[in-house]
Design a protein around this ligand. Structure first.
Ligand code: ZN
Ligand code: ZN
Length: 375
């Protein structure tokens, strides 16, 4: 079968809206192929879109699921490098916003992307709008901004065409009850600080920043190397220390070691540019929680007594030890105290008051100011 040759004049006519993609569509139902410009394509089955959102929602909340979809479709947008190279070959040099509009025009005619209207274009900011995207219709019942597919897609296209980092926000969404879907793309570098703050605010989850290369034996979390370890390491370590020095001293050693670790962790955040004590502490709590150490049920601050009470579900030790009839969370107690010490620059003491391993509902820790030692 002869492939329709596409040239510069075709793209120019497409850009002017004088032509559409119809002459370049080849459909062969017997072979099960559907191509545009000789590239295999397909329309967007709604059930697939829904399945993707729902797959992420199983482990995340809806807001974070939209972010995960956005990350996935950033890679799809980066696939526009093929079109970019073709246009370069034809000697066509489109501005980033023009290229973005062309990609969506072509995609829209294939039943995918939205027919965008360019609202604003600058060196570092592009605003585009559409009456609706397909995901805003499919996911309408989420009643919130849902267009992660287009957000990621826009970012990927702009990253490809400019070689710089872009972030796209959806400022209006049909699924959120607005009269259109509007996207604001900003070109800016993403710092560690920016990403970490987004995690604390709940705008994104650490999963978005985990770079796992299992075959190379490396895992990074926002560019910092991390390791995965089995939970039973806690019971194993404790038992080993108990054998050599006895139970109480072993608990004390663990408490001390994890306190230092909590403090060092906060110092690292400080080096990354985080300065506010509350943010430092919240960041550490959010990261450890999202790394699987515990789930925060509540944090209470008693101004009069100057004590902080932290209630946690499934701490790593209580889960590792199971029911022992005693408090077991020395590491977590030390970690929490170290985080508070590091963040607020004060001396504190962390004590576990209730423990799941003792039969309580949750592990409850009280952090109190340590009185200055006399002399
Ligand atoms: Zn939308
Ligand atoms: Zn406990």
């Amino acid at each position: 079968m002869d492939k329709k040759k596409i040239g510069r004049e075709d793209f120019e006519a497409l850009l002017r809206g004088e032509k559409d993609i119809t002459p370049y569509i080849e459909m062969d139902p017997a072979a099960g192929t559907y191509s545009v410009f000789g590239v295999r394509t397909a329309s967007n089955p709604n059930y697939l879109v829904k399945a993707i959102y729902e797959m992420y929602e199983v482990n995340l909340n809806k807001k974070l699921a939209v972010q995960a979809v956005r990350k996935l479709f950033r890679s799809v947008g980066m696939g526009s490098v093929g079109l970019q190279n073709l246009l370069k070959k034809f000697g066509m040099d489109l501005k980033p916003a023009e290229f973005l509009m062309l990609v969506f025009r072509l995609q829209h005619q294939q039943g995918w992307g939205a027919p965008f209207e360019l609202v604003e274009q600058g060196e570092t900011k592009i605003v585009i709008r559409t009456k609706q995207t397909f995901e805003s219709q499919v996911m309408k019942n989420w009643k919130m901004p849902v267009c992660g597919i287009h957000q990621g897609w826009i970012e990927g296209i702009l990253i490809t065409v400019t070689g710089k980092t872009w972030f796209c926000l959806e400022t209006k969404c049909l699924a959120n009850g607005d009269d259109c879907c509007e996207f604001v793309a900003d070109q800016r570098e993403s710092s560690w600080k920016w990403k970490a703050e987004a995690i604390v605010k709940g705008d994104t989850a650490i999963t978005e920043y985990i770079e796992h290369k299992p075959l190379e034996g490396t895992i990074k979390l926002i560019d910092d190397p991390v390791v995965m370890m089995p939970r039973f390491i806690f019971s194993s370590m404790m038992n080993s220390l108990k054998k050599t020095m006895g139970e109480m001293p072993a608990g004390g050693v663990n408490y001390r070691a994890y306190m230092d670790m909590g403090k060092e962790n906060v110092e690292h955040y400080k080096k990354m540019g985080i300065t506010k004590p509350n943010i430092l502490a919240d960041m550490a709590f959010a990261f450890y929680s999202q790394m699987g150490w515990f789930r925060i049920i509540k944090m209470e601050w008693n101004e009069a007594a100057k004590t902080k009470t932290i209630t946690l579900e499934h701490t790593v030790e209580s889960d590792s030890f199971g029911n022992t009839g005693k408090n077991v969370c020395f590491c977590t107690a030390g970690l929490l105290a170290g985080i508070v010490e590091g963040a607020f620059g004060i001396k504190v003491q962390g004590k576990e008051m209730k423990c799941r391993s003792k039969g309580d509902d949750h592990c409850v820790f009280v952090i109190t100011n340590k009185p200055e030692k006399a002399g």
